[in-house]
Design a protein around this ligand. Structure first.
Ligand SMILES: [Cu+2]
Length: 279
């Protein structure tokens, strides 16, 4: 009975294989970043590979978790001194810094995510968002290092995104119109400069013009915006990440506050402030 014996042998082998499964990545690693006024709590070391960075805003102000990679063996101390020098001289950031995405701003009490592949290296989470007094949260101490270590397990592959947004110098280009509901959006920086995308709801009766008036007035007084729905923080040219958020029907703004490489003004004044209607 050669067939029968083969079958039994197969069963035994099958059992052995089940007892010792090969390592298999089911999905992205999930890393939780807790934001308070004005500090981050993040794990010190995380494995490389596909990762969902989950930002929980426990503060009273808006926060994001802009991920910065320090290259060329640079340390967090180098980052702090380099940043201070760049801010004082209004110079561009040092060339050993790369902008690696991270979850963008969510309203206090909310959670935002960015899913992206992390390469091994030294990173820092930064909140660039200013307080009502105009001081960026990083100047109030809101930065935290994180090491990404080489992973043992194979990395999960990126899930398919429903729609994509290309960031350009200076626009947001959708693959298709946004509809109400929950969407996983792939964000790709197809421009020459770093860009971000952050999405905020417009309260009834408010428009992009109200937002631009607030901006031109020196960002004083309450923002003419509603709920902040996240997005992806600054990404270098060529970078990409995904975020997931839920849209109710209504009007929204897509914004990029990144300072322009030529004039230092936020990209919102160069056209990266766009009003859309979700139906
Ligand atoms: Cu931009």
């Amino acid at each position: 009975m050669p067939h029968r014996r083969f079958f039994v042998a197969g069963l035994v082998l099958g059992t052995a294989a089940c007892a010792k499964p090969a390592p298999k990545a089911a999905g992205p690693n999930v890393v939780t970043i807790t934001a308070a006024d004005y500090a981050f709590a993040v794990p010190e070391t995380v494995p490389a590979g596909l990762t969902t960075l989950r930002l929980v805003n426990q503060g009273k102000e808006l926060h994001h978790a802009s991920l910065i990679r320090l290259k060329d063996g640079k340390t967090v101390a180098d980052f702090q001194s380099g940043l201070q020098a760049a801010m004082q001289s209004h110079a561009p950031p040092p060339p050993w810094i790369s902008f690696a995405g991270g979850p963008n701003a969510v309203t206090p009490g909310d959670t935002g995510t960015a899913t992206q592949t992390l390469e091994p290296g030294t990173y820092v989470f930064v909140c660039w968002i200013p307080s009502p007094d105009g001081t960026p949260h990083i100047m109030k101490g809101m930065m935290h290092p994180m090491v990404v270590a080489a992973a043992q397990a194979p990395a999960a592959t990126e899930p398919a995104a429903g729609l994509s947004i290309k960031l350009t110098d200076y626009d947001f280009a959708f693959s298709e119109p946004l509809t109400a509901g929950t969407h996983t959006v792939r964000v790709e920086n197809a421009g020459a400069q770093p860009h971000e995308i952050v999405i905020t709801a417009l309260p009834p009766g408010k428009t992009l013009q109200d937002f631009m008036a607030w901006e031109k007035g020196g960002e004083k007084g309450p923002l003419p915006t509603g709920k902040w729905l996240g997005g992806v923080a600054a990404l270098d040219a060529g970078g990409h990440a995904q975020f997931t958020t839920t849209f109710a029907p209504g009007n929204y703004l897509l914004l990029c506050f990144w300072p322009d490489a030529k004039d230092g003004k936020p990209h919102i004044v160069h056209g990266m402030a766009k009003q859309i209607t979700v139906t």
